[in-house]
Each structure stands twice: as C-alpha cells, then as structure tokens.
Design a protein around this ligand. Structure first.
Ligand SMILES: Cc1cc2nc3c(=O)[nH]c(=O)nc-3n(C[C@H](O)[C@H](O)[C@H](O)COP(=O)(O)OP(=O)(O)OC[C@H]3O[C@@H](n4cnc5c(N)ncnc54)[C@H](O)[C@@H]3O)c2cc1C
Length: 297
C-alpha cells in the first residue's frame, strides 16, 4: 500500500471522529485478514486506514441474559472465553472452524460481519441465536438485528461513518437444542462450501430417540426454530420456510426430510472456485438433514 494515510485510533471516539471526517474515503482496519488481501491484490487502495485494534473494542461481557462482544474482538479470544463456552456453545463450536490459528489470532468478529461475505462463518451461529449488532457514529448509535444487516455480497446497512462496536447475542435457554457443521474443500483452514446450524427448543416429552425407529416422533413440539445456512445465497441465509415448518411442530423423520428439502429450495447458490451451485444445493439438503438427525439421535 502506498500514498494513503494511516491512523491508529486510541479510543472509539477518535475512530468515530476520523470516520466522520473522511467518510467513504476511510476504511476501518481491524485484523486485516480480509481488507489487506484486497489491498495486496490491488483491488483496493484506501486513501485513509483507521486501525481499531487498540481502541478498546476487544472484550466479551456477560450481561446475564445477553453476551456482548466488542467489534474488534479476535476469534481466538472468543474461542478462549469461558463465558462463550458456557453460554453460547453454538458460537464456540462455529468459531473453531474459522480459518487457522493464525487467522483467528487477528481476524475479528466485526470484520467478519462487515466484510459481508456470503460465506462469513460467524454469521451462522449469530443468526441462529438472533444476534444484533450495534453501529456507532459521531451522531449516535443504533442496534440492527443481524438478519437485517446484510444486503448482498460485500454490502451491509452500515454507513461509511459507522463503526460496528458490538455484537449482542441473547443467551439461549440452556435446553436449546442445536447442531452446527461446516462443509469445506478441506477439513480445516478453508472457507465454507456451505455451513449450517439448526436450533430449536423441544417441548413435551421426547418420544423415542433412535433414528432406526423410522417414523418415531422425536419431540412433541419444537419452538424457537431456526435453520441457517451460509455460502448458498447472496447473504448468509435464515431459511424461513424451513424454520417455519419446524416451528410449533412435532418432529419426526418425515418432517426432517421435508425441512431439509425446503431449506435447499430456499438457497440460490452460485458456481465458484469452491463448488458448483448444484453441489451446494445438494449439500444444503444433506447438511440440514444430518443436523436434525444429530439432534434427535
Ligand atoms: C487464509 C484465510 C482464511 C480465512 N478463513 C475464513 C473462514 O474459515 N471463515 C470465515 O468466515 N472467514 C475466513 N477468512 C476471512 C477473514 O479472516 C474473516 O472474515 C475475518 O473475521 C475478518 O476480520 P478482520 O478483523 O481481519 O477484518 P479486516 O480485514 O480488518 O476488515 C474487513 C472489513 O470489515 C471492515 N471492518 C472491520 N472491522 C470493522 C468494524 N468494527 N466496524 C466497521 N467496519 C469494520 C473493514 O473496513 C473491511 O472492509 C479467512 C481469511 C484468510 C486470509
């Protein structure tokens, strides 16, 4: 990179002042694992870079019914956090599969979301858990549900003078059932071909647990259901029709198959270097089915 100005913000206020002053000319730099790739490939030549790694946005706060994660918190910190392990095990599970240790040491949760890659891996557990993000600018703060944050590949509702300061994650009930899996071209250190999570609360007595009992009704009633996939649509996807099938329903093998098929129908994948659209759609169906089967097994 040459010719640009570099600022190391020592507080959130200083970062916000710089973003207000330079507007769209300024780019935030957190861990640099996305933005510096673009700079090095000459796809981006920022006039102003505002480094936010030392402005006090690296924290994880346990506020009882929610966990608040500072926007510049690296994934390695999230992975080490006892609060996350205990209260947000789905997030802990997904973060394990992001990049490599070197990437997780510097790559941040805020950077992952603002990059708005359809394959952003932290988006899957965060959407499943109903997380929101807090955006701050010199003129104030606003909280945006993550579901309304992404607009398209690389696009979010964030304005150029806004900093993603916090990710707010409601703490799910202890008995929330969940499963997560990431399919990549390798087992580790790779971007998602498709990753997914299923969450729901089961009400009523579980009836039968062995998948071998093919038509068993596993749970009498499922609520707070969410089926989420990434890398199969322009933005990380909450599969609304699949989630609605599960919501309020008794879960049996037939419904599992229907939910998986519906989730795949909701995708709009593309062919790219990692997989074909056809493969991604097939994989989405198989993934959702196996996540549900893992929960009931
Ligand atoms: C080898 C490699 C492997 C990877 N593997 C994965 C993977 O498995 N899964 C995955 O999801 N991603 C992966 N990534 C992508 C990347 O590591 C993540 O998206 C990471 O979380 C980006 O965070 P960062 O702090 O490095 O962001 P940066 O590169 O610093 O910033 C990314 C973008 O977000 C903006 N930004 C950053 N923080 C803020 C903020 N707080 N407020 C406003 N704007 C902000 C920047 O201006 C920039 O546009 C990988 C990248 C590499 C190079």
């Amino acid at each position: 990179m040459s010719g640009g100005e570099f600022y190391r913000a020592s507080s959130v206020q200083e970062a916000l002042d710089l973003l207000a002053k330079y507007g769209a000319k300024a780019h935030v730099l957190a861990g640099g694992t996305d933005i510096m790739v673009k700079v090095n490939r000459r796809q981006l030549a920022p006039e102003v870079l505002v480094y936010i790694g030392e402005c006090g946005l690296n924290y994880i706060k346990d506020l009882g019914d929610k966990v608040v994660i500072g926007g510049a918190t690296p994934f390695a910190e999230i992975l080490r956090s006892d609060v996350v392990k205990k209260k947000l095990p789905l997030l802990a599970e997904a973060v394990k599969h992001i990049g490599t240790p070197a990437i997780r040491n510097v790559g941040t949760i805020g950077g992952n979301l603002v990059t708005a890659s359809p394959a952003a891996d932290s988006s899957v557990p965060l959407l499943a858990l109903g997380a929101s993000v807090k955006l701050a600018s010199k003129s104030g703060e606003r909280v945006v549900p993550l579901e309304g944050f992404f607009k398209g590949p690389g696009e979010t509702v964030r304005k150029p003078d806004e900093l993603l300061v916090e990710v707010i994650v409601p703490v799910p009930d202890k008995d929330l059932k969940f499963a997560y899996h990431k399919i990549g071209r390798r087992k580790a250190g790779t971007l998602s071909v498709v990753a997914g999570a299923v969450v729901f609360k089961a009400e009523g007595a579980p009836r039968g647990t062995a998948l071998a009992r093919d038509q068993a009704c596993y749970f009498e009633k499922c609520t707070q259901a969410r089926v989420v996939l990434n890398a199969v649509a322009p933005t990380p996807l909450v599969a609304k029709r699949a989630s609605a099938l599960l919501e309020g329903s008794a879960l049996d093998a037939e419904l599992i198959a229907k939910i998986a098929k519906t989730a795949a129908e909701e995708t709009s994948p593309i062919d790219d270097v990692r997989a074909s659209a056809w493969y991604r759609r097939q994989a989405s169906e198989g993934l959702v089915k196996s996540l549900l089967e893992r929960i009931v097994a």
